[in-house]
Design a protein around this ligand. Structure first.
Ligand SMILES: [Zn+2]
Length: 373
């Protein structure tokens, strides 16, 4: 079976690299920003628009899809790609982050986590094996090992204990994945192609724990590596320090993914340091609150100053929203609480984020070809 192929097409002195990840449903150009499709939808944005914007890979949240409509239902419908009619690549998280941030009455043991659904209070038990079973049923191109996202702040002993759990769960995730990955719903359809599994570096804000975590995961030999437990309330300098500490320890020939970041300047910076993949709810969540990212900085479209502003959200943007609608209209939609408001604002913000990565890719490719010539 063919695993994940990652080709590096260009590099820069700062460590940045342009590459291509060949996944079962799409060859994805990196560095890439992945819009978050929480419950089988990137909130308020239809799939055909995501394609138009150039999104090549999106996220699905295992916790949400497991609770509703349920992973077995999705398996019976051919997997998440077919269920939501998204033919391009997809990544599912392990469910761990939501179990720890949304679910109620959690009880963590070495075996797994018992928790109550935030929807109806029903009781569930998640183990690394179960998380992998759910992710195989959903059928994303890339699955994530089950981990505990260490909270911030966490004292040393708490971070050590959390890391011990995450490393044991990584091993179990990998073993179970290898034994069951042929059960993916599209196995026969895309014969020979298979899902990939990434390990997640944790360790709180302790550099030595981060190093230990990275080294142990690399020994286990995952298809790619993520840095998790960042953007959990720590100052941005610390986020940057942890990424800088871990990146050089991860194999250069495998994708590196920083989870849950960040603001536009941050994702650009991380991409230029050699991070290949990032995801964040920020562009879509902020959009629903009227916060637009533009080449002129952040604007709050609710502001009275835009009431009769006939210019586009961002004069430098060529997204479908900026080509067609004025700031005055976007402001009106928010004021009137029209459903279209979240859609248009989200489309622009996603276009802005995807555009940053496109620019970074272009600059890296130029440098790469200069180096080669
Ligand atoms: Zn735009």
């Amino acid at each position: 079976m063919v695993g994940l192929e990652f080709n590096i097409l260009g590099t820069s002195a700062g460590g940045g690299r342009r590459g291509q990840i060949n996944l079962p449903h799409r060859a994805v150009q990196t560095p890439v920003f992945m819009p978050v499709g929480t419950a089988g939808t990137v909130k308020a944005v239809p799939q055909d628009v995501l394609e138009t914007l150039g999104a090549e890979i999106i996220l699905g949240n295992t916790y949400h899809l497991y609770l509703r409509p349920g992973h077995e239902a999705i398996r019976r419908m051919g997997g998440l790609h077919r269920f939501m009619s998204w033919p391009r690549a997809m990544l599912t998280d392990s469910g761990g982050f939501q179990v720890f941030s949304l679910a109620q009455l959690r009880k963590v043991t070495d075996e797994g986590v018992r928790f109550q659904s935030h929807l109806d209070g029903s009781s569930h038990f998640f183990t690394p094996e179960h998380s992998i079973d759910v992710q195989i049923a959903l059928g994303a191109d890339i699955c994530m090992a089950f981990d505990e996202c260490t909270e911030y702040p966490a004292d040393r002993s708490r971070a050590e204990e959390s890391l011990r759990l995450t490393m044991a769960w990584a091993r179990r995730s990998l073993d179970h994945f290898r034994a069951h990955q042929h059960e993916v719903p599209w196995h026969d359809e895309l014969g020979g192609r298979k899902q990939s599994l990434f390990g997640i570096v944790q360790g709180g804000m302790y550099k030595d724990l981060r190093r230990e975590s990275a080294e142990r995961l690399v020994e286990m030999d995952f298809d790619g590596y993520a840095i998790g437990g960042l953007s959990v309330g720590e100052p941005p300098e610390l986020t940057l320090e942890m990424i800088a500490e871990v990146l050089p320890l991860l194999p250069a020939d495998k994708p590196r993914y920083v989870m849950g970041v960040g603001y536009p300047d941050q994702i650009e910076r991380y991409a230029r340091m050699g991070v290949d993949m990032m995801d964040c709810v920020l562009p879509t969540r902020a959009a629903r609150h009227g916060l637009l990212f533009t080449s002129e900085g952040r604007i709050n479209i609710k502001g009275a100053r835009y009431a009769e502003d006939q210019g586009p959200a961002d004069p430098a943007c060529n997204c479908p929203v900026c080509q067609r609608y004025s700031r005055a209209y976007l402001r009106h939609l928010m004021q009137a609480r029209e459903a279209l408001s979240g859609t248009l604002n989200s489309i622009h913000n996603l276009a802005y984020y995807l555009g940053i990565m496109e620019r970074v890719r272009k600059s890296l490719a130029i440098k790469g070809s200069e180096l080669a010539s």
